[in-house]
Design a protein. Structure first.
Length: 221
């Protein structure tokens, strides 16, 4: 148990927002599939998995992404793997959408007589608890919040096997979505860009990690 805890904390201390990747070093297929699997297995509200992972390895497309992504200029040419995480829109996340029915019926294997009850509970959550039906952007932002769970798990898993990462929010969302739509890889009715993340191997060691003390961020009631 102590060894496991130390390994996890070592990974958190190892992980940093890598600013410069070694372009000559590539992540193996086996290791990157492991990272993707930790994203796939991540938790989501109601278990509805409101995400999709675009692994951008095409160099030409990476160059086009740079135009709309000021935060990724140095990462796109150098990173071994570059992932754009999409979040689902209200088209899919609405309580009576085909997607939600598909997840409950085909993925969760919920009996037909229980689907109605679960759908009502989800409707109440969207409409009354979180009031997410007040705007299309509200439900997209809620879905995006969940993609960050997968993002964090993928970066931590990468760190545990010695792979660096950098989460990226520095992009023009509208321009990037227009680009992906033009390239035929994004249905904007169903998805929007949530966040991006680069993976690879660091060129140099980062500065020591700095964080507030635990006493400043935790209050026991």
């Amino acid at each position: 148990m102590e060894n496991a805890k130390n390994e996890i904390l070592n990974a958190y201390n190892f992980r940093h927002a890598c600013k410069e990747f070694d372009a000559s070093k590539k992540i193996s297929e086996e290791d990157f599939n492991f990272i993707l699997e930790t994203g796939r297995l991540s938790p989501s509200s109601f278990g509805f998995e409101p995400w999709k992972f675009l692994v951008i390895q095409n160099e030409s497309l990476r160059e086009k992404i740079k135009i709309a992504s000021w935060g990724a200029h140095t990462k796109l040419p150098e990173a071994s793997h570059f992932v754009v995480i999409l979040a689902r829109t209200i088209e899919d996340m609405h309580y009576n959408s085909d997607y939600i029915t598909h997840i409950m019926k085909d993925i969760h294997n919920i009996p037909e007589d229980a689907i109605n009850m679960r759908q009502k509970a989800y409707k109440n959550f969207l409409k009354n608890d979180f009031r997410l039906l007040e705007s299309d952007r509200a439900i997209f932002d809620w879905a995006s919040k969940q993609t960050y769970i997968a993002l964090g798990n993928m970066m931590t898993a990468a760190a545990q096997i010695g792979i660096d990462s950098c989460p990226i929010e520095g992009f023009d969302k509208e321009s990037l979505e227009q680009l992906f739509e033009k390239e035929g890889i994004l249905d904007r009715k169903k998805f929007g860009v949530s966040v991006m993340v680069a993976f690879g191997y660091r060129v140099k060691e980062p500065r020591p990690k700095t964080r507030q003390p635990i006493s400043d961020i935790v209050e026991w009631i």
